[in-house]
Design a protein around this ligand. Structure first.
Ligand code: MG
Length: 498
């Protein structure tokens, strides 16, 4: 193997260690850290980020990449893919000054703390000055790059390499009227009963049951753990340490199951990447949309399917006999798939979810263009909720403050959630061709051939193939909405008798 390749791998290995150490600190910030630790933690993260940035943008890395690009082009080898991904990361990182990275880290750490407080008190004015700073930084970030077809392309590319805003708008543009029409049909159909989902459920029993489910799916607890946090998320420090968080909402107790399934879907992806890619740019899931396709698959295509309810309800009834007395698998299935325009994105049903995303995409584009004043956001948000879903948030916590993303400066991320939904159904159609008795397996609580399929086709490859190429390789087409529309129409026609 080339001596230069070894030198590059050595440096990028150190960068990977620094970044993962930063992830441990961020995880701790959200899971364990007392509120007083915020300022010091911001400093620590900034320092790690600065060192990592300096190392990954050094002239030495640039020189090595230039030489290695000549040696490893065009082949399908791991080395060639690694050089391609490393060169793209290098090109991006060298455009962004180290001081900017440090400033961003300090600003977003403070913004996160403010967001927690603002959401707790349901008061946007606490978060507002922080969000103004964050948006300013996002605009500055865009200015470091050559002009794109759309300024938002630069943000999107960080989460979905190669994807263009125009492509997303086209996909959303064709999807939106179909979803709106479906919701209209559903709203005039006979409604389903779901009162038993909102009875009192014991928190510890729900939590433990969520771990039984995801353990059975294949989430490896010897290389992972589930902790409590304000917002469910997945984070990985290596292929052998992939963690998730979850929460318990008394008014929506069974949401813990679905958040657990969702985050474990992300985590199983990370646990399944080729271990040979550790400490290289090929480690980890390839893009946010492909990642989200994995989480949404386990949450919705498996967890909200009738075969799964048939498998899982009898056991659930043993744990919660009084809450679920006389409930059949069919009525449980209908209840967990009830369609109802609702305020909170993460709890939205599959028919309305993508509309929450479209709203956020519109707002982000307006914010980075400076076409909206941050102080007006709560009102604009509420107006858009009325226009999109016909409901008005009663307060900021259930409106503009519900998501953590903007406090982190994650602009360009939201669209990938909806794209992930689309990819999950594109993959699902293919999986059902390859595994003919998948429903029967799920009904028996067997998930190993499904996970094996995902491991082989998606997980193992890490970053080796670009996301659109990976989807094309596996399904035969790029990301589009046709499979999702087929899936929604079939599912809800049965549930609501449309
Ligand atoms: Mg997710």
């Amino acid at each position: 193997m080339s001596e230069k390749l070894n030198q590059l791998k050595e440096i990028l290995g150190v960068v990977s260690d620094l970044n993962h150490a930063g992830s441990v600190l961020s995880w701790d910030q959200q899971v364990n850290m007392p509120p007083g630790g915020g300022e010091a933690r911001g400093q620590q993260l900034a320092t790690l980020g600065k060192i990592s940035h300096e190392k990954s943008t050094s002239d030495e890395v640039g020189k090595l990449l230039d030489e290695l690009k000549k040696e490893f082009t065009g082949s399908d080898s791991d080395e060639s893919a690694m050089i391609r991904v490393a060169a793209r990361n290098y090109d991006k990182a060298t455009r962004v000054p180290a001081e900017f990275v440090a400033e961003q880290s300090i600003v977003t750490t403070a913004a996160f703390e403010a967001w927690v407080e603002a959401k707790g008190k349901s008061d946007f004015s606490i978060f507002r000055p922080h969000l103004e700073k964050v948006v300013g930084l996002v605009q500055k970030y865009i200015s470091f790059f050559p002009p794109a077809d759309h300024p938002y392309d630069i943000l999107l590319d960080d989460y979905e390499p190669g994807m263009k805003t125009a492509e997303v708008q086209e996909i959303f543009g064709s999807l939106r009227p179909k979803q709106v029409e479906l919701i209209k049909q559903i709203s005039s159909a006979k409604q389903v009963k779901d009162d038993f989902l909102h009875k009192k459920y014991n928190e510890k029993k729900v939590w433990d049951f969520s771990e039984i489910i995801i353990g059975r799916f294949g989430y490896d607890f010897s290389r992972g753990r589930q902790d409590k946090a304000a917002h469910p998320f997945e984070t990985s420090f290596s292929v052998d340490d992939v963690r998730i968080t979850n929460r318990f909402e008394p008014e929506n107790p069974l949401a813990t199951f679905f958040s657990g399934m969702h985050e474990s879907g992300h985590a199983m992806y990370e646990q399944g990447v080729n271990p040979a890619y550790e400490r290289t740019p090929l480690a980890g899931g390839v893009s946010s949309a492909v990642h989200e396709s994995q989480s949404r698959m386990w949450e919705n295509l498996v967890g909200r399917s009738l075969p799964f309810c048939e498998q899982f309800l009898p056991e659930l009834k043993k744990t919660f006999p009084s809450q679920l007395e006389d409930i059949s698998a069919k009525s449980f299935y209908k209840a967990i798939n009830k369609v109802e325009p609702s305020l909170i994105r993460v709890n939205a049903d599959e028919a309305t979810y993508n509309l929450h995303i479209m709203l956020r995409l519109e707002l982000e584009i307006e914010m980075i263009a400076g076409r909206v004043a941050i102080k007006d956001l709560p009102e604009i948000w509420n107006a858009k909720m009325r226009e999109t879903l016909g409901i008005t948030p009663p307060d900021d916590a259930h409106g503009i403050l519900q998501d953590v993303h903007w406090s982190y400066g994650l602009f360009g991320y939201f669209p990938t959630y909806a794209l992930g939904n689309l990819v999950s159904t594109q993959l699902w159609e293919k999986i059902n061709k390859d595994i003919k008795d998948l429903d029967e397996q799920i009904r028996k609580g067997k998930f190993d051939s499904l996970l094996g399929w995902l491991r082989e086709k998606i997980h193992i490859h890490g970053h080796k193939y670009d996301p659109q190429d990976l989807v094309q390789r596996v399904t035969g087409s790029k990301i589009d909405s046709a499979a999702y529309v087929r899936y929604l129409t079939k599912k809800y026609s049965e549930i609501y008798g449309l």
